[in-house]
Design a protein around this ligand. Sequence first.
Ligand code: AMP
Ligand code: ZN
Length: 114
Amino acid sequence: MNDCLFCKIVARTIPATLVYEDDLVVAFDDINPQAPTHTLVIPRKHVTSIAELEDSDVGLLGRLMLAGNKISKLKGIADSGYRFVINIGEDGGQSVFHLHLHVLGGRHMAWPPG
Ligand code: AMP
Ligand code: ZN
């Protein structure tokens, strides 16, 4: 999608600190980190939010999560623990409308979330 910020990161037309990529997903560090590790994992294809996914996207969803696990190892937080977050829509706190999985770690996470 031409005017999507994260599609531009996939296309390398705007810069990002890439952490991991494969045939389906790209991961890069969040520009405004909320924890010592804060990486975003996104599908290469434009999907507005997780709410848009269909049954046929089950593989993509699994690969997003598995990429998150790989990133936890790359970032050295696999043993200390980490949190996956996917914000959906306005009340969910979504601000960029290209599906992304937040991988947060390197500090203790509070509960409940704000
Ligand atoms: P959300 O609020 O769940 O939609 O998360 C969007 C995230 O994208 C926020 O944590 C932002 O800090 C992050 N973000 C926005 N622009 C960029 C960018 N150019 N590079 C990396 N992360 C970004
Ligand atoms: Zn996009």
